[in-house]
Design a protein around this ligand. Structure first.
Ligand code: C5P
Length: 317
């Protein structure tokens, strides 16, 4: 095979708790991540020239080394030099549907797709955990994006425990096109404001991270209880992002007043806000009402739903 086309879904955070600081400068987290049916299409192709090329239809997405998909290909080339010289270079074409810098893991899921695609292209036969380990060196959300579904993520976000998949819950996403929030800024600001409440000793840190496994939202997920899941949504980063970005707070408030909305929350470091609903009809109605309530062309709205998978191969030639 000379080329693979992969579907790379976005994620939302149903839960994000910041537990403490890590010696590597990152934060110790307890999260619940959920794949959604909003995806980019990634084409990974062998080329005869010994180089990595990235193309993307979205003007805001860089095509150089600052693109995580490029770095994923570079990582595979350095990890597997024999395969790189045998199969030649790689051309990556990204068709963007996921909003950029949105808290939806758009860059991470593209990198995950490149890892999966090159593994197939070079016939490496890597296991899921080997791919996840490689992914963790690129970004905290990359390992989750590989298998996707519903999972608890601890550590930096790279230690995963799968949960029974959810797929019958609808999601409306709202994001201002021109608004971007830097993840690094959000965590740094959180540390400045709330760092004194961080857990410091290792045992307590581990105990707190483990507590998420028996938390209320996990019970609700095990029971596939959409109403209860929506009641237990949580994101610590809202404490810094909402005061700094009143538009995001407004989305949150408008969603909360809509009929049928079971719960609403910011995803990751934002600025995307999502609402959970029981039916597609309700989700479409909420999208319409939101459009009427905030008639700003900069506001992007999507109706999607939870899905049970991460990266999938769409076709190969
Ligand atoms: O891992 P990733 O590159 O996605 O993280 C982006 C930024 O978010 C990091 O540079 C770091 O500032 C912050 N971060 C953090 N703790 C985590 C994950 C991310 O502080 N567990």
């Amino acid at each position: 095979m000379r080329s693979y086309t992969l579907i790379a879904p976005a994620k939302i955070n149903l839960y994000l708790e910041i537990i403490g600081a890590r010696p590597d400068g990152y934060h110790e987290l307890a999260m619940i991540l959920q794949s959604i049916d909003l995806a980019d299409k990634i084409d990974v192709r062998s080329i005869s020239v010994d180089t990595i090329r990235v193309h993307c239809n979205h003007p805001q997405v860089p095509t150089d080394k600052s693109n995580l998909a490029y770095r994923a290909a570079e990582l595979m080339a350095t990890q597997f030099p024999e395969a790189f010289s045998k199969y030649g270079g790689v051309e990556i074409t990204i068709k963007k549907h996921i909003p950029v810098a949105a808290g939806l893991a758009g860059g991470s899921t593209n990198a995950a797709a490149v890892l999966v695609g090159i593994d197939l292209l070079w016939k490496l036969g890597l296991t899921q955990s080997e791919l996840e380990e490689l992914g963790a060196t690129l970004g905290s959300d990359v390992p989750f994006c590989i298998a996707g579904g519903t999972a608890i993520a601890t550590g930096r976000g790279e230690q995963l425990s799968p949960l029974p998949s959810l797929d019958n819950i609808y999601v409306v996403l709202a994001k201002y096109r021109s608004l971007e929030v830097s993840t690094a800024w959000a965590y740094k600001t959180y540390r400045q404001q709330f760092g004194n409440s961080y857990i410091r000793d290792t045992d307590s840190l581990t105990a707190r991270a483990n507590a998420v496994h028996s938390g209320e939202i996990v019970k609700a997920i095990l029971n596939k209880d959409a109403r209860e899941i929506a009641q237990k949504l949580h994101n610590d980063l809202e404490r810094v992002v909402l005061p700094a970005y009143p538009q995001v707070l407004q989305l949150r408030e408008v969603f909360a007043t809509q009929e049928g909305v079971l719960g609403t929350m910011m995803s990751g470091s934002g600025p995307t806000v999502f609402a959970l609903l029981e039916s597609e009809q309700q989700a479409q109605a909420v999208k319409l009402h939101l459009r009427e309530a905030i008639p700003d062309e900069d506001l992007e709205l999507f109706v999607t739903r939870m899905i049970t998978h991460g990266i999938q191969v769409a076709s190969s030639v």
